[in-house]
Design a binder for this molecule. Structure first.
Ligand SMILES: NC(=O)c1ccc[n+]([C@@H]2O[C@H](COP(=O)([O-])OP(=O)(O)OC[C@H]3O[C@@H](n4cnc5c(N)ncnc54)[C@H](OP(=O)(O)O)[C@@H]3O)[C@@H](O)[C@H]2O)c1
Length: 282
């Protein structure tokens, strides 16, 4: 009997790579996204062990019907990979409230709602794994990523609380913290930044956008995240956190150990924003 795993946001990037990787590793994968059309490419992959599911993580009715479909298919859910996410970018001051809500509805409340819906199946069997896809931005908030980074900081806190609440129920919780990964996410974030190239932070945004543009295309592919998810699903004692690629651990150590005054200067240097001086704009 294959163990069942639900992967949210499986139509692209990390979710798609994870669905395929887990299916090849012998899991029965329920690959969910908002549109079944976008999941077409998964049909026939993963040794026939992938079932596409329509699910919008911001819609409780759609979550309930996807979870019912999984339990009707026989065999309780063993793993949940909370991967669906969007990246809202821009100055904290200028991002409109609707975009703040879109960010939190997907990355935070969506994750909570899918988890709440999946937990009864896991607790009933006394075992299971929840893997939340956080981000290095859940620890390090660079400028103009405040909306996204704050949502991923929330995922860090949620993962800690869930891990401690669920341990006595046999459900283990891990957080994966990807750094830059080469997926369509980078282009989507670039589009978001473009909206702020005419505002009060225009010059800073242009500098930041140029730095950010180099990040995703030169990064590792989503398979590195898929492999970490597989480890978190199969290790007897999964880690509470996996950082991928591991070279990002250096930045996290810096963030944890160095004083903020120093890390502020380092991140300004890394992003090129140290060159910006107020009043220097043309
Ligand atoms: N790429 C990176 O550098 C990076 C780094 C750190 C963390 N992450 C995290 O990794 C996760 C996946 O990102 P990715 O890089 O694979 O990006 P991606 O290629 O843009 O994929 C995002 C996925 O989320 C889904 N999604 C968005 N809103 C949804 C909703 N309301 N309901 C259901 N699904 C929804 C999208 O599906 P639709 O087809 O329905 O739009 C898509 O499948 C995100 O949580 C992201 O924050 C990415």
């Amino acid at each position: 009997m294959y163990q069942s795993v639900l992967v949210t946001g499986a139509s692209s990037g990390i979710g798609e790579a994870t669905a395929i990787h887990l299916a090849h590793k012998g899991f029965r994968v329920f690959a969910a996204a908002r549109s079944l059309d976008k999941l077409k490419t998964l049909s026939g992959l993963g040794a026939g062990r992938i079932t596409p599911l329509e699910m919008d993580v911001t819609d409780e009715a759609s979550i309930a019907s996807a979870l019912a479909e999984i339990s009707d298919s026989g065999g309780a859910l063993y793993g949940l990979v909370n991967n669906a996410g969007v990246g809202v970018m821009g100055p904290v001051e200028e991002v409109p409230p609707a975009d703040w809500r879109r960010q939190y509805e997907t990355n935070v409340f969506g994750l909570v709602n899918v988890t709440r819906a999946a937990l009864p199946q896991m607790r009933a069997t006394g075992r299971g794994r929840i893997i939340n896809i956080g981000s290095v931005s859940g620890r390090i908030a660079v400028p103009f990523q405040g909306v996204y980074a704050s949502s991923k900081h929330a995922v860090e806190g949620l993962s800690d609380a869930l891990r401690r609440e669920l341990a006595p129920h046999g459900v283990k919780v891990s957080l994966i913290r990807p750094g830059f990964i080469n997926t369509p996410f980078g282009a989507q974030e670039q589009d978001e930044l473009e909206r702020y190239t005419g505002g009060a932070y225009a010059e800073q945004i242009k500098i930041f956008k140029a730095w950010h543009a180099k990040g995703h295309p030169n990064a590792a592919g989503p398979i590195v995240v898929a492999e970490a998810v597989h480890q978190a699903l199969t290790a007897r004692r999964p880690h509470s956190r996996y950082t991928v690629p591991t070279k990002m651990l250096g930045f996290l150590a810096l963030r944890n150990l160095a004083p903020s005054a120093l890390t502020d200067r380092i991140f300004a240097r890394v992003t090129g924003l140290d060159k910006f001086k107020k009043g220097s704009a043309p």
